[in-house]
Design a protein around this ligand. Structure first.
Ligand code: F6R
Length: 366
């Protein structure tokens, strides 16, 4: 059932070149330059006119929500707040009748997310879901939604569900932005065309598996790790850190790269691996300086860079090259090397990657 892989997690990481295809199938048409989301088609006008969107989730789903925030702000110019479901539900939150609440959950059974949805419904908001498990509790509670169609995810650490969630959020933000007129037609079409190329680009990243396994050996005995990214890649840094923590039990933190100088830089010494998502985008020059800051303090830099990058490769201890893509789609590619690094470090440490200690696949208690 593991399809020849040692663990479900590895199988699920490798499935991403096809699962992403399943997520966009019948929704993104590269032929007609169209995105169509049947599950929320009726509420698109509401989204177009929304004064704000509240995104709720836990763990990895919350990280996907953060990417969603950047996407909705950029494409649709809608203010977004991303909330941990567990905080939101206990805080007497301000919810307006015209709010759109977007709940994200792989399992569709997370107790805190479910409770937050009920609260939002009571307050009269329109509640939408992005879930993976068909027919689970959350899709039954929401007014409308989009399934991620990533297929069953067995490994406790979420991998292909994350890329599927981000894919759905991207499609949603594109549709809303295009209808609203805030995402220009040429941009919309460019994104659609790029979507069609993602499965092949993911495959190319997965071919680096042996290289990533090899470099992971270096960090098997690390006790701490830092993950840095900016813009769309900041949530990816958070997700990278979470993956490492949960399966290898190495303490890791994700930070927006520029925040480093406000505290975490004090932690950096020759023992500290610093994983940086540093592909070419509008904050590239800034992330290059952040890498310099880490190197000046003797930190170990492992950078995910765009193919052909000749600047960072001279500064970093290791670079993992990945294909170029559009800035807004970069999380879908940059997260994959991070997933593989965590996987290999955990395996080399002898950890049970599919069932890490103290964790459950769906958290049905508050
Ligand atoms: C991370 C992980 C958890 C879940 C979280 C939410 O790898 O598995 O952090 O992401 O418990 O679960 P869902 O998405 O099922 O609501």
């Amino acid at each position: 059932e593991k399809g020849g892989y040692d663990h479900f997690m590895l199988k699920e990481i490798f499935e991403q070149s096809s699962s992403i295809h399943d997520t966009i199938r019948g929704r993104v048409s590269t032929k007609n330059n169209e995105v169509f989301l049947g599950g929320i088609n009726d509420v698109i006008p509401k989204l177009v006119n929304a004064r704000r969107i509240l995104i709720i989730g836990c763990g990895t789903s919350w990280h996907a929500g953060m990417v969603g925030e950047y996407l909705f702000e950029e494409f649709a110019r809608i203010p977004v707040e991303v909330e941990y479901a567990s905080e939101f539900r206990y805080r007497n939150p301000v919810i307006f009748k015209d709010d759109i609440v977007l709940a994200i959950s792989q399992s569709g059974e997370t107790a805190d997310t479910l409770a937050a949805i009920k609260l939002a419904k009571e307050a009269g908001a329109t509640v939408l879901g992005i879930c993976n498990v068909v027919g689970s509790s959350i899709p039954r509670e929401t007014h409308a939604g989009v399934y991620t169609h990533a297929g069953p995810e067995i490994g406790v650490a979420s991998t292909k569900a994350f890329t599927a969630q981000v894919t759905v959020l991207t499609m949603m933000a594109m549709v809303v932005g295009y209808r609203k007129g805030t995402l220009p037609k040429e941009e919309y079409h460019k994104l659609i065309q790029e979507f069609g190329k993602l499965p092949a680009k993911i495959k190319k990243i997965l071919e680096k598996d042996a290289e990533i396994k090899e470099l992971s050996k270096q960090y098997v005995d690390s006790t701490n790790a830092l993950y840095l990214g900016r813009g769309y890649l900041f949530p990816v840094a958070l997700e990278g850190a979470l993956k490492l923590k949960e399966i290898s039990y190495i303490h890791a933190e994700g930070y927006p790269a520029a925040e480093m100088k406000h505290g975490p830089i004090a932690l950096i010494d020759e023992q500290m691996p610093v994983f940086v998502a540093a592909t070419k985008d509008k904050s590239y020059e800034k992330i290059v300086s952040n890498i310099q800051e880490v190197k000046a303090r003797k930190g170990h830099v492992i950078a995910i860079v765009t193919e052909g990058d000749s600047v960072i490769s001279k500064m970093a201890d290791y670079v993992i090259e990945i294909p170029e893509t559009q800035e807004a789609l970069a999380p879908l590619l940059t997260v994959i090397p991070f997933q593989l690094i965590s996987y290999y470090i955990a395996v080399l440490r002898g950890c049970n990657v599919d069932q890490p200690r103290n964790l459950a696949k769906s958290v049905t208690v508050e």
